[in-house]
Design a protein around this ligand. Structure first.
Ligand SMILES: Cc1cc2nc3c(=O)[nH]c(=O)nc-3n(C[C@H](O)[C@H](O)[C@H](O)COP(=O)(O)OP(=O)(O)OC[C@H]3O[C@@H](n4cnc5c(N)ncnc54)[C@H](O)[C@@H]3O)c2cc1C
Length: 445
């Protein structure tokens, strides 16, 4: 039997494409390597009845694709808790502050503010469909975000705080990716302020029951079309059809949709081999590095002290924290991001060392009650065989301008989806959904 289309990967991109093609009456199959759907979005239910999102979690204004899907699948959102003061532990000073402006001396504060405004302004000039055609593309693609930060901000304090924010946005060190990519990503997610903020920003809301719920609902509709535990390892293309195989299975289709992170495409053997520029591009889109750490307490004790659970620090392994308690506050859940180079160093620690280091940071910022949670857990996405890092694949210097055209260009009957191929909310769940809709139109067209 030859399918109309086979979709490889049951993350939000693959599931969206599969649902759209099925609705159009196409005969499809979805092959997913893991024993679950959702990919980089994975909600873990805890023994105490609560839950945590180990991967993607938030949704915010402007993410219309994701909001539409949340509603269509009968799910609800709720506001991220942000009432009260945030914490900043910078050098040896721990301070609580209200609002969006961190307690920095006036010079570094103005320099930081100017840098954020400048990135927003420059990002407006980016061509989201073809970033390489943006004015100054060659100049911006020739430097990393760090190079630009060094030129732009003369105060070390401004650069340090900007770095914390950049690592939280990209889960990578600013020296790892192109400045053109930083501008593209900023515009694709509206602005740097929107990417950073809770209220009015990308962290504004969470999904009741967890961010995997909508994916599970689509999977229910697809039912027998999804085959789990089925990692594709070869794709063979002839004039008539494409054949995909893995351990113990072979299927053929007229069209193939590959909805994987770029670096995972490189693990598949293609016959004939992929065009040179596609092979080169996927080698220049490494994944970021992030571990989410969670401490679960009987109640959100920091709220009683007038704190909102948000913190930023340049000490220790976790540099940014959030209140991830359930909507009803029946448990207190603090989430600490361990990002970029901190995450690489964190990977070398034993579980007791990781727990000790995270809890001592939480104690420093939220008080002694943080020392004894009911439960601690962490999750490193770099250890995941079928993801290899997170949040997303990032363009290294020169990649957009020399190879960007290969990103979405179909290779015969092989089509490309995944959040990295999105023009809006690239790197986010919303972008994954947009890419799934776009690739379905491409295949139907
Ligand atoms: C810690 C973390 C926090 C994040 N926070 C947010 C957030 O708050 N909000 C937000 O919008 N986004 C967030 N993201 C990003 C978001 O999760 C991703 O952008 C999105 O889920 C990507 O979806 P996708 O379908 O493109 O790819 P994926 O979810 O990676 O799906 C690809 C699928 O392909 C499968 N696969 C891989 N190789 C093979 C193979 N050979 N054969 C078959 N199947 C294969 C994988 O198992 C996976 O299921 C976060 C990500 C992480 C990890």
């Amino acid at each position: 039997m030859t399918y109309d289309a086979i979709i490889i990967g049951a993350g939000y991109a693959g599931l969206t494409a599969a649902a759209a093609l099925k609705e159009s009456g196409k005969n499809i199959k979805v092959l997913e390597a893991r024993d679950r759907v959702g990919g980089r979005v994975y909600t873990k239910t805890l023994q105490n009845g609560s839950y945590v999102d180990l991967g993607g979690a938030w949704v915010g204004p402007g993410q219309d694709h994701f909001y539409k899907l949340i509603r269509e699948t009968g799910n609800e959102t709720f506001k991220t808790y942000e009432e009260g003061k945030s914490m900043m532990w910078f050098g040896d000073k721990v301070k609580a502050y209200k609002g969006l402006i961190p307690p920095l001396p006036i010079g570094p504060l103005l320099s930081l503010d100017f840098a954020i405004k400048k990135i927003n302004k420059l990002s407006k000039t980016i061509n989201l469909e073809k970033p390489w055609e943006s004015p100054n593309a060659a100049e911006w693609d020739a430097m990393t975000l760090q190079t630009w930060m060094n030129r732009q901000m003369r105060f070390q304090k401004s650069r340090d705080l900007f770095k914390i924010a950049a690592e939280a946005i990209w889960a990578a060190d600013p020296n790892e990716f192109s400045f053109l990519h930083a501008l593209f990503y900023t515009k694709s997610g509206v602005s740097l302020d929107v990417l950073m903020n809770v209220g009015g920003g990308a962290q504004e809301e969470r999904i009741l029951g967890g961010a995997q719920q909508p994916a599970l609902k689509i999977a229910e509709r697809l039912m027998s079309e999804i085959k789990l535990n089925s990692a594709v390892n070869t794709i063979k293309q002839t004039e008539e059809m494409v054949t995909v195989s893995g351990n113990g299975f072979t299927y053929s289709a007229k069209k193939i949709i590959v909805a994987l992170p770029p670096s995972m495409i490189g693990k598949i053997q293609f016959d004939p081999p992929l065009p040179a520029n596609k092979q080169q591009l996927i080698q220049r889109m490494p994944m970021g590095t992030v571990t989410k750490t969670y401490a679960i307490y009987p109640k959100p004790f920091w709220r009683e002290k007038g704190l909102n659970g948000l913190a930023a620090t340049n000490n220790g392994y976790t540099t940014v924290t959030f209140d991830n308690s359930p909507k009803d506050g029946s448990k207190g859940i603090l989430m600490g991001f361990v990002l970029a180079n901190q995450a690489k160093a964190f990977a070398n620690l034993s579980e007791p060392e990781r727990k000790e280091s995270i809890l001592s940071s939480f104690v420093k910022m939220f008080g002694n009650e943080a020392a004894n949670p009911e439960m601690y857990l962490d999750h490193s996405w770099a250890e995941e065989e079928y993801t290899g890092g997170c949040y997303a694949g990032l363009m290294t210097t020169g990649a957009w301008t020399s190879l960007g055209e290969a990103l979405r260009k179909p290779c015969g009957n092989i089509h490309w989806a995944g959040t990295e191929t999105a023009t809006e909310w690239n790197g986010y769940i919303d972008g994954a959904i947009q890419s799934g809709e776009r690739v379905a139109r491409e295949v139907l067209g």
